[in-house]
Design a protein. Structure first.
Ligand SMILES: [Zn+2]
Ligand SMILES: [Zn+2]
Length: 759
């Protein structure tokens, strides 16, 4: 293993750096500071850093959303802000607490946000509309830190009341309390496996508890002052800590020992964070510096909780007396065919580790006197731009390793740059826009999903010309039989629901399989990045001797991308008005909001989101009133319901009194979120279809509504309500901010023309 190396160095904050978070794609890093600002640092050279101003007091915590489309910040001003990480620095704000906010964290699904505060509470909010959901109230002092578990089911919190609590998010109950007699924890976080928690304590220790056995299992006493921040490497094998003793330390959790001490900060180190892939980490300090380091650990894909790891879950923990009872998954990069999850053990080691120097490596960026000669080996390091301080100082050396061994101390380099700042302008955002646009700002952020999808369209258009059809075919052929890609559950006697759980939830479509009396029907078929047909065959849900039909509710990529895999053996049906889009694989009809950040796991080796396309697919067109005979009296009836696309349909299944609605209606916070603004949409058509559907549902006995996305409706009234909300939201379109703001926003801001207007 190579030693960690200092890669970049940013200094523009005017006070202590309190918190750091990498964007999921590791292209940006956000930092928060006691100076009340956030800085968004780019990793590309010649790209400016942005300063975000909005909080009225110290920023204590920053966090990128799992999709990378939002940054949350919590401040001493009692408020939480949600920022769009772009040049504009727009944010929406809400008063979250009655005292300083100490910590913010997104759940891994991106839907919920938590905040913890000096008011002794932890509060959970929806991200979309910042609706308060519930609070956790049992701490009797400041809640310094709270975090979601990787699967989102648990929350861990630490407080100045000297306790650490584990909460069940569903019941809002405290499941366990750890007591910390010698101090309190400044920071606590879940191990990527979700089975352990690690924390940094004011008594200078780093501790790891197993939450299943509820025992302290590792205890490191290597620091000599308060430990302010800890972070687990995504592969689960290392822990990084930042301390007021001015050092960062890296612990090997499998061996249970300190392996590195890093000296980079002058004064207390206050914050550390790993990038999502674990190839970088960042540290912040009271010295106002942000340092970015390359880990050089064995690189591993981010820890992915496989669907079969239920034994890792809190509720299934067995209390065994073996030393090896703590299983932590470790992803080995050495296997070359498929990345396999190998289980190794995190051994119990609760004796404090104190022999700081024994076996541990020391890296000091001040005097450059490293015990290790590898720093001279500069050509492996890809330093591009180290920011203003570096520019003026030590960057003169051609050797990339200069930042570590150059004779000019970094502190000198920094002191030269006091007057120089290159960050972007922050506050001229609103001035450039009409006043009414400023009024819609808050709503814009609430409609962030829509905005980011819009940006995605733009990006896609820009890259379209670079892609040739050949790549589409090639990437299509590369799709494999990945057993982890799909998850299927039985909903009803003859109904199965399949999802692509490693794909962005916002665009993840429901795949329905109906096992009919004589033949089967698949309604919508996912992205097509893995082979759905093979998946069903593996589950014995499709048989070669039974006919299977495929019906696409409309031509969008998330619903018909997978049809290609059925082309040879099945009839693929789509409404006439969406037919050509699928037949020709036309992007203007199939759309394509697929981005690499939308995948938390690659569907197959060398998958490239950039090259994703819906391929031209052999299909047949159908019309309103079409009936699909599943044998015996088993029948599906197709109804045309245009709006979202010209050829959108819904399917009625009388036998089970159910309706499949595609994207016409699904369960969401508010009906105005239904998507009628994409290039394939027509608001007028949508309004007509919505009105018709409300009436149709009224007239029919419907027990279940199965939408194209999200939850099943168990009550048709809920579907009707959402459609009514949708209709109502169009009534005041263009007269009020709601509904029209995206149009103004998009045409003004992205210069893309208006596609959400009242036609
Ligand atoms: Zn759609
Ligand atoms: Zn959809």
């Amino acid at each position: 293993m190579e030693d960690p190396k200092l890669e970049k160095h940013f200094k523009s904050h005017r006070s202590t750096v309190t918190s750091l978070s990498f964007s999921p794609n590791t292209k940006q890093l956000v930092s928060g500071s006691l100076d009340a600002c956030l800085f968004l640092w780019p990793f590309k050279p010649q790209v400016r850093a942005y300063r975000f101003v909005g909080h009225n007091d110290a920023v204590h915590s920053v966090c990128f959303s799992p999709s990378g489309h939002l940054i949350a910040s919590g401040s001493k001003d009692k408020k939480v802000r949600l920022w769009i990480p772009s040049v504009k620095g727009e944010s929406t704000v809400f008063k979250a607490h009655t005292a300083a906010v100490r910590c913010v964290d997104f759940a891994s699904d991106g839907q919920s946000l938590l905040s913890s505060s000096e008011d002794k509470t932890i509060k959970i909010w929806t991200v979309h509309r910042q609706k308060f959901q519930f609070s956790l109230n049992q701490h009797s002092n400041w809640v310094r830190c709270a975090k979601f578990s990787p699967d989102g089911r648990l929350i861990v919190s630490c407080s100045d009341d000297k306790t650490v609590k584990i909460w069940d998010r569903n019941t809002n109950e405290c499941m366990h309390t750890f007591y910390e007699p010698h101090g309190f924890l400044n920071d606590v976080t879940f191990h990527p496996s979700g089975t352990c928690i690690g924390g940094g304590c004011t008594d200078a220790s780093v501790k790891i508890w197993d939450i299943r056995t509820r025992k302290l299992i590792q205890h490191y006493a290597n620091h000599v002052a308060s430990v302010n921040s800890v972070a687990f490497h995504p592969n689960g094998n290392y822990l990084l800590s930042a301390s007021s003793d001015a050092t960062l330390k890296i612990f090997d959790l499998l061996e249970g020992r300190l392996i590195y001490t890093l000296h980079g900060h002058q004064g207390p180190a206050t914050s550390v964070a790993f990038s999502k892939q674990g190839d970088f980490f960042a540290s912040g300090g009271q010295d106002q510096q942000v340092l970015v380091w390359k880990t050089n650990f064995e690189t591993a894909p981010s820890f992915v909780e496989s669907t079969n790891t239920t034994s890792n879950k809190y509720t299934n923990g067995n209390d065994t007396s073996s030393n090896d009872y703590i299983a932590s998954a470790r992803v080995s990069s050495s296997t070359n065919q498929q990345k396999k999850t190998q289980i190794s053990s995190l051994r119990e080691k609760s004796q404090p580790e104190t022999s700081d120097e024994r076996g541990a490596r020391k890296i000091d960026v001040f005097n450059g006197k490293s015990a290790y000669p590898t720093y001279g080996d500069g050509d492996r390091l890809e330093i591009t731009n180290i920011g203003p301080a570096y520019e003026n100082g030590i960057s003169r050396s051609n050797s990339a390793s200069a930042c570590l061994v150059n004779s000019e101390p970094m502190s000198n380099a920094i002191s030269k740059t006091n007057n120089r700042t290159t960050y972007g302008a922050q506050s001229n955002v609103n001035q450039a826009y009409a006043p009414q646009l400023a009024n819609t700002l808050e709503h814009i952020v609430q409609q962030l999903d829509i905005l980011t999808k819009t940006v995605a369209i733009l990006e896609t258009r820009l890259t379209m010309t670079e892609i040739i059809q050949l790549t589409v075919e090639q990437s299509y052929m590369a799709t494999t039989d990945n057993p982890e890609w799909f998850s299927t559950k039985q909903i009803d006697n003859n109904l199965f629901l399949t999802n692509e759980n490693h794909f962005f939830e916002g665009n993840r479509a429901n795949i329905w399989l109906i096992r009919g009396a004589a033949r089967d029907l698949i309604i919508d078929c996912g992205l097509g990045v893995c082979n759905l047909k093979k998946h069903f065959e593996n589950l014995n849900l499709l048989n070669k001797d039974r006919e299977c039909l495929v019906l696409c509710t409309h031509s969008h990529f998330d619903h018909c991308g997978g049809a290609k895999h059925f082309e040879n053996d099945s009839q693929i049906l789509i409404h006439r008005d969406d037919y050509q889009g699928l037949r020709d694989g036309r992007e203007k009809d199939t759309l394509n909001y697929v981005r690499s950040a939308h995948f938390d796991q690659a569907p197959y080796r060398n998958f490239s989101a950039r090259e994703y396309r819906v391929p031209a697919t052999k299909c047949e067109s159908i019309l309103d009133g079409h009936r699909i005979d599943l044998g015996a009296d088993d029948e599906i009836m197709v109804s045309h319901a245009p709006g979202h696309t010209p050829g959108s349909i819904v399917c009625y299944y009388p036998k089970t009194k159910s309706l499949f609605t595609g994207d016409l209606v699904y369960d969401c916070d508010h009906g105005d979120e239904l998507i009628d603004w994409v290039p394939t949409s027509s608001v007028n058509d949508y309004l007509r279809s919505a009105n018709r559907m409300i009436d149709w549902l009224e007239e029919h006995e419907i027990e279940r509504v199965y939408p194209g996305h999200g939850r099943i409706f168990t009550n048709k009234k809920r579907a009707q309500d959402i459609l009514r909300e949708y209709i109502d939201s169009k009534d005041d379109c263009c007269s009020k901010a709601r509904g029209s703001c995206m149009q103004t926003m998009v045409s003004g801001f992205l210069k893309m023309g208006c596609f959400r207007c009242c036609q």
